[in-house]
Design a protein. Structure first.
Length: 349
DNA sequence: TGGAATT
């Protein structure tokens, strides 16, 4: 058996949308290459996703390609973070610190400066209030090792930062494990993707400074904001500057009501139907469903069939549950390469 | 008193 230190094929994937199914998760990563296994980590009792998962590839090359291609992938209101998973046997628990009483003006930058002295920071965040956009003066710092976290708590707990007035309160973030304790059984895990579930409104995403983003120093490559790409679950990635034509800091604002590139609520706000042009002539309705599912509840997929040529006519229609979901899908997928063709998406007129 | 980074 290969020693765990050599294993560079197992990836940890963070910031998964809450509603992402195992099937969708797998299909995104399968587009890179063959997978040994994949799993979204869930609460054993409720089945709720913890928002992260694992994907193990058969080859290191594919694992690296998955990082290059999928790290930073926008999915619903989040951006995936993809990195090599540390071997489970390592001392990787208790590395996450919860911080209270941060000075109001602190962002991750100041947090990293303050905490970086005590070790390698894998991830950090400052929570902000969605309404006021102000810091909640609460944050998290995830270190690489337990020793670093221990050291930071010993050095910084109850200390008043240079620009602050209150002493910092530091705790191990998951010492209580409240949310993982067995509670009352609510419902069994639903394995089937159907029936269509109600999507969470865009505004329910969490926020930290910069919104869901490419987190802090120390981790593997971050896709820079200037190197945006679209991901095509079937045809592979391609550069496309049209994606996320708002800056990362406006993520939260955009989640509250999409208003991008000509997609305006006044052009009906009523049509849920997307006209999909240039889908090629071998595209199935199932493929369309897979393509659009990350953007909401797909009610109907239709690929028009040419009976004479016995092939798809090269266009179709996809009906989403709401105008917002349709707008979101158009915003994300228009111009995006699907089976080596740029999709042309618009509201059905 | 708080999100979701080790199955």
């Amino acid at each position: 058996m290969m020693s765990k230190e050599e294993n560079k094929t197992n990836l940890i994937v963070n910031y998964l949308p809450q509603t992402l199914t195992e099937e969708e998760f797998r299909s995104i990563f399968l587009s890179i290459g063959p997978i040994k296994n994949s799993k979204i980590v869930r609460d054993k009792v409720t089945g709720n996703s913890f928002g992260f998962g694992f994907v193990e590839y058969e080859s290191e090359t594919d694992a690296q390609r998955a990082i290059q291609t999928l790290d930073g992938l926008p999915l619903q209101t989040k951006r995936l973070k993809v990195a090599i998973a540390k071997p489970g046997s390592e001392n990787i628990k208790g590395c996450n610190i919860y911080v209270r009483n941060l000075p109001k003006h602190y962002t991750e930058k100041e947090l990293n400066e303050m905490f970086g002295k005590y070790g390698k920071i894998v991830n950090s965040r400052v929570m902000i209030d969605l309404q006021t956009k102000e810091s909640k003066t609460v944050g998290f710092v995830l270190y690489d090792t337990k020793e670093e976290a221990d050291n930071a708590i010993a050095e910084l707990n109850n200390k008043v930062p240079p620009s602050g007035t209150l002493p910092l309160l530091l705790k191990y973030a998951d010492d209580s494990k409240k949310f993982r304790q067995p509670g009352q059984i609510q419902q069994q895990v639903q394995q089937q993707p159907s029936p269509p579930q109600q999507q969470q409104p865009f505004s329910q995403g969490y926020a930290s400074f910069g919104g869901p983003r490419f987190p802090s120093p120390g981790g593997p490559m971050r896709t820079p904001a200037g190197n945006r790409f679209r991901f095509n679950p079937i045809g592979g990635p391609t550069n496309n500057p049209g994606l996320l034509n708002y800056n990362q800091n406006s993520f939260v604002t955009n989640n509250l009501g999409i208003n991008a590139q000509g997609l305006k609520q006044e052009n009906g706000g009523s049509s849920n139907v997307i006209f999909c042009y240039n889908i090629g002539n071998d595209t199935t309705e199932r493929e369309l469903w897979t393509l659009f599912k990350p953007y909401g509840t797909v009610l109907k997929c239709n690929a028009l069939w040419d009976a004479q040529k016995n092939q798809c006519k090269g266009y179709g229609f996809v009906t989403m549950a709401t105008w917002q979901e349709a707008a979101h899908a158009i915003q994300e997928l228009n111009g995006y390469y699907f089976k080596n063709r740029p999709l042309s998406l618009s509201f059905k007129t």
